[in-house]
Design a protein. Structure first.
Length: 215
């Protein structure tokens, strides 16, 4: 396990605006794919990942408040938002939870004895896909994942993952067998703010990065 941290607050909190659909569904029966409780139980809990889609009120006390321009923060601090279970935007979790899920993907689909996806499924997921209504390929996207090595040339191929609101990101680096997660709760007015700038908001909660490496 590698751990790196930017300045942080008093305690770890759940951060919003994490792309839930980037969490794989391969270990969940097809008839349960959209049952968020089943998804959490099948993937996050065995991995020890503190990540939820559809948050009950009992977790509000440890949910970080999003801070920033009103047109960016929107309703994300509301009870309705947290319980919406819209997998595209309302995933809530810690940097460590993202790092652990992506570490499993970086290591052939398995981490600490928990299998998330088959290796051949991951290989297929990071291939460019043809456009449905046009010529050519999707370029920077595979099957649900961004091909981050194409967007950020400093990353080795075939690093993949997904960026999020305010600069949050989760990624898998198969070359170095490393998963990485960065979350924040302060939005500086853009969708990709410098990490060191918005890793903390008034000491209210923890923002920062985590890395997890498999053996």
């Amino acid at each position: 396990m590698r751990v790196c941290r930017w300045p942080q607050g008093r305690r770890p909190l759940l951060l919003s605006h994490e792309a839930g659909l980037a969490i794989p569904t391969g270990s969940i029966p097809p008839d349960k794919r959209w049952d968020w409780e089943t998804r959490t139980a099948a993937i996050a809990e065995p991995l020890g990942a503190d990540f939820m889609i559809g948050l009950g009120p009992e977790h509000d006390r440890r949910s970080a408040e999003m801070v920033g321009p009103d047109d960016m923060v929107g309703p994300s601090n509301s009870r309705e938002w947290r319980e919406a279970a819209d997998g595209s935007a309302t995933g809530l979790g810690t940097a460590d939870s993202l790092a652990r899920v992506y570490a499993a993907l970086a290591c052939g689909g398995e981490l600490d004895g928990v299998q998330v996806l088959r290796a051949e499924t991951i290989e297929a997921a990071v291939q460019e896909q043809p456009l449905l209504h046009g010529d050519g390929a999707s370029g920077e996207f595979g099957l649900g994942y961004q091909l981050l090595w194409k967007q950020y040339p400093g990353l080795p191929a075939p690093t993949f993952g997904h960026t999020g609101m305010g600069g949050s990101i989760g990624l898998a680096d198969p070359t170095n067998r490393l998963g990485f997660g960065y979350v924040m709760n302060q939005i500086a007015g853009g969708t990709a703010s410098p990490p060191g700038r918005n890793a903390r908001s008034g000491g209210l909660g923890e923002g920062g990065s985590r890395g997890a490496r498999c053996r």
